[in-house]
Design a protein around this ligand. Structure first.
Ligand code: DC
Length: 218
């Protein structure tokens, strides 16, 4: 059983995916954390995150483990580092490289071979698991998403808003697997909902989809 949750930065994907996974007893996989891990590794080595020739070998040799909300890169806990703003921007750049995507998508697809998952990202319902039983596209206006990010991580609202807009544009316009809603995904605008409201709404969608048998189990 696969639940795919896609949407832009700050739409509430992580909170919801974690809560839904807990409630259903599924594994929660934050695919963005995988792009962030490769991006952090590139930055640590002074590699330009857009340099495909240097970043693809990193993605190919990275051993990434997502363990109960922690992010491990080659056995090292990088959970705190991957949330930094410069890593967010770098992750958006490495994720535009097709060779990086190929490698990480392969890793992401391996999860569902062994267990039921709730996976969040940008291309889960369109590319990683096009046959997912449940697909949700979470959205919110950029201003609300920026405010949530500032509440979560701190920082200057105007700058965070600008970074979110830049990341949206890059994620939506890249040639390989751009951020877009799958045709069979349920669209949910979370702008006017609080955390509990979003979780309830998504749990309702998941239950409806499962009980109506819509879609195909991968
Ligand atoms: O969800 P996030 O903010 O942690 O994602 C970080 C970056 O990784 C984001 O700018 C786009 C990219 N990403 C992607 O291209 N595909 C995914 N499935 C997940 C994230």
């Amino acid at each position: 059983m696969i639940v795919a949750i896609d949407g832009p930065a700050g739409a509430g994907k992580s909170t919801v995916a974690r809560a839904v996974a807990e409630r259903m007893g599924f594994l929660h996989v934050d695919s963005g954390a995988m792009y962030r891990a490769v991006a952090l590794w590139a930055l640590e080595n002074g590699i330009d995150p857009s340099d495909a020739g240097k970043v693809i070998p990193l993605a190919e040799s990275a051993e990434i483990n997502l363990d109960g909300g922690r992010v491990l890169l080659n056995g090292r806990d990088i959970t705190a580092g991957v949330r930094r703003p410069e890593v967010s921007q770098a992750a958006s750049r490495v994720s535009a490289i097709p060779g990086v995507r190929r490698e990480l998508v392969r890793m992401q697809q391996e999860y569902a071979a062994v267990t039921s998952v709730v996976m969040e990202g940008r291309d889960i319902g369109t590319v990683v698991y096009p046959n997912a039983r449940v697909k949700v596209y979470l959205d919110a206006c950029p201003e609300v998403r920026a405010r949530r990010r500032v509440e979560e991580l701190g920082g200057d609202y105007t700058q965070v808003l600008q970074e979110i807009r830049e990341r949206d544009t890059r994620d939506e316009t890249r040639a390989d697997s751009p951020l877009r809603q799958a045709e069979d995904a349920v669209y949910l605008d979370t702008s006017d909902l609080d955390e509990a409201g979003v979780i309830l709404a998504v749990l309702r969608i998941v239950r409806e989809r499962i009980s109506s048998g819509t879609g195909v189990t991968s």
